[in-house]
Design a protein around this ligand. Structure first.
Ligand code: NAP
Length: 240
């Protein structure tokens, strides 16, 4: 699926990886980029990117904004589910609410957006969906236990959607980044990759039909390790 001349929608587009994806999609000559924001204070960031960018309000925690999407966005070629949160730390010590928050946003919010936009994607005859997951989808990092659980569940949902949509010629891509330099990793003692590099790798992966996209140096080591020895990966991540 080529980015050039395509209509793309990116969730969580006002900062971090989402904003970098919008910039790269414009560079790659997307015809139009719907860019979602949650807080009105972030709308101008997106308006300033030019006339090919259409800001759309979306709060994954507010079902009415998800339902409205299909009216606001009549047709798209590429949906990039990027919006996500990182709420819990330790599944044994967190409140149940923290775990529910991660799962509500990262799993149900993403699935809700996908279902709402399917008619707009199907209208085009072929398309692509990319879900921004995490290396923690493949094995848990115990310091981010709730987040890992939400991203593992979304990894499974991504596989289901891939199979469900094969007949519709909609390719479904899972993106498994390691640590990226955004607000989400602020204060964490980890080497990070710039969001612009990750965004470029995501769009290249979609263009090249790669189903599992490992968009940075760390994830490129983790991907093969997961495939050869999931147990070893679990043991490596146990220290985090
Ligand atoms: N950074 C990393 O190391 C890393 C690694 C692996 C995977 N990821 C994944 O990459 C994606 C982007 O993360 P990031 O690093 O760019 O984080 P970020 O800078 O914290 O950006 C998160 C984006 O998601 C939006 N968002 C959060 N909750 C939302 C909600 N309920 N409704 C609508 N939008 C919501 C935020 O909007 P507001 O500005 O309104 O909060 C923001 O635009 C996430 O799915 C994350 O899990 C990140």
């Amino acid at each position: 699926m080529k980015i050039s001349n395509s209509i793309v929608l990116v969730t969580g587009a006002n900062r971090g990886i989402g904003l970098a994806i919008v910039a790269k999609a414009l560079e790659k000559k997307a015809a139009k980029v719907y860019a979602t924001y949650r807080s009105d204070s972030n709308r101008t960031t997106l308006e300033n990117l030019g006339e090919r960018v259409i800001p759309v309000h979306l709060d994954l925690g507010d079902k009415s904004t998800i339902t409205q999407l299909s009216q606001l966005v009549p047709s798209i070629n590429i949906l990039i589910n990027n919006a996500g949160i990182f709420s819990g730390t330790n599944v044994l010590e967190d409140t149940e609410q923290q775990l529910r928050d991660d799962i509500e946003t990262n799993l149900f919010g993403t699935l809700g957006v996908t279902k709402a936009l399917l008619p707009s994607l199907k209208k085009e005859g072929s398309g692509a969906i990319a879900n921004v997951l995490s290396v923690t989808s493949l094995a848990a990092m115990p310091s981010f236990g709730g987040y890992s659980a939400s991203k593992a569940a979304l990894h499974s949902v991504t596989q289901s959607i891939r199979s469900n949509l094969k007949a519709n010629e909609i390719s479904v891509h899972g993106v498994y980044p390691g640590p990226v330099a955004t607000r989400m990793t602020k204060g964490l003692n980890m080497d990070t990759t710039p969001a612009s590099e990750v965004a470029e790798a995501i769009l290249n992966g979609i263009e090249n039909g790669v189903e599992e996209i490992f968009p940075d140096a760390m994830s490129q080591q983790i991907g093969p390790l997961y495939l050869s020895s999931p147990k070893q990966l679990e043991q490596n991540f146990a220290a985090f």
